[in-house]
Design a protein around this ligand. Sequence first.
Ligand SMILES: Cc1cc2nc3c(=O)[nH]c(=O)nc-3n(C[C@H](O)[C@H](O)[C@H](O)COP(=O)(O)OP(=O)(O)OC[C@H]3O[C@@H](n4cnc5c(N)ncnc54)[C@H](O)[C@@H]3O)c2cc1C
Length: 401
Amino acid sequence: MKVAIIGSGIGGCALALSLHAAGIHDVELYESAAEVRELGVGINVLPHAVRELTELGVADAIDAVAIRTAELSYHNRFGQHVWQEPRGMDAGYRWPQWSVHRGMLLGRLYDAVCDRLGESAVHLGRSMTAGDLEAIDADVVIGCDGVHSAVRGLLAPDEGPPLWNGVTMWRGVTVMAPYLGGRRMVIAGELARRVVIYPVHDLGDGTQLINWVVAVRTDDGRPMPHHDWSAEADPNEAWAEVSHLSLGFVDVERLISSCELVLKYPMVDRNPLTTWRAGRVTLLGDAAHPMYPNGSNGASQAILDARVLAQQLALQPDVGAALDAYEAQRIAPTTAVVLSNRTAGPERILDIAAERAPGGFAHVHDVIPEDEFAEIVHSYQQMAGFDPAILNERASYSVPR
Ligand SMILES: Cc1cc2nc3c(=O)[nH]c(=O)nc-3n(C[C@H](O)[C@H](O)[C@H](O)COP(=O)(O)OP(=O)(O)OC[C@H]3O[C@@H](n4cnc5c(N)ncnc54)[C@H](O)[C@@H]3O)c2cc1C
């Protein structure tokens, strides 16, 4: 079977590795970028996807450059603890949660693709158009070409650009001393004006690369920022949005204002499709189900798609049956994540706290029962497929060889 993968981002590379592991070796990747550069800022890989990368044999290389996130805490604007939960192995998973620089993650996946499939399997500088896709010599064509997918354009030609929810994100990575033990993800403020902070890499000299995102509702007459992953912005613009936050345990002003490269991006997604398939063509990752980053699920869902699609291509009697089986397994859960993220996923905890205790609290459980928060967090975990009990016991997607 000959497989063409359009896009060698995280989803495309995870798919190439998954196909190779499932015994499908005639695989070619077509990537629009002229070189694979370590672009982006921080990204999270949740335990359900770390499991897949572990079974693909690339976990050690990524673990060496990532942070094993141990805790996630939510805070009000005064830095008071609203909710805290363990993450990764500290939460009972058999696999860690990684917070990692997107570029480093992609670099490790891309190296593994070149090692296993050969560098000649990747065709760089090939921005594929609808015409190219029709002419491509392959039994199956998989669009892993991200939120602006050309492949998706074949399935949904009238869809138009991604949908903006009115939130602008300023993002950056800053070298700083660790805060709160060096393995803590923090989300603070209110949904309409919040900051997300997590370390992504130990530099080995007592400092870390600390990722931050300022996410603010800006549809108050301000235009939608350009949707380009590399659009740069002034750090002062980002700090001005959250200068009312006073967290105590981390110097947010220094974190933002000493950042060398600040990127600005609108929070966008697309309406879920009812099918990803057109003949021998299907979609994967952001091309199939672009989602808001609430809940840190984008890269993880792309990796799960890759594993399920490779398994079905290896096991089903023909390509059509495999693409249908893949879609049957993946379209409902990813649609659920897209829709849940529109209601802010577990991060809506921030607004519950701000509404009930706008001036802060003496003790959080005086104003918000613990069970209420636990229910929000647990139901999101189950819906997104990373409930520890379910994940730890689930059968592997690896194909017996
Ligand atoms: C440059 C860049 C930086 C990013 N930075 C971050 C970040 O810092 N934090 C974060 O959470 N998410 C980031 N993302 C998005 C994140 O990688 C995805 O949400 C997630 O990992 C799902 O991956 P994906 O492979 O489906 O899509 P992507 O990672 O977007 O990969 C899509 C790939 O397809 C290629 N491509 C696009 N169109 C074509 C075409 N017509 N022909 C051939 N190739 C094409 C792109 O160059 C890219 O390599 C970034 C994406 C990109 C492209």
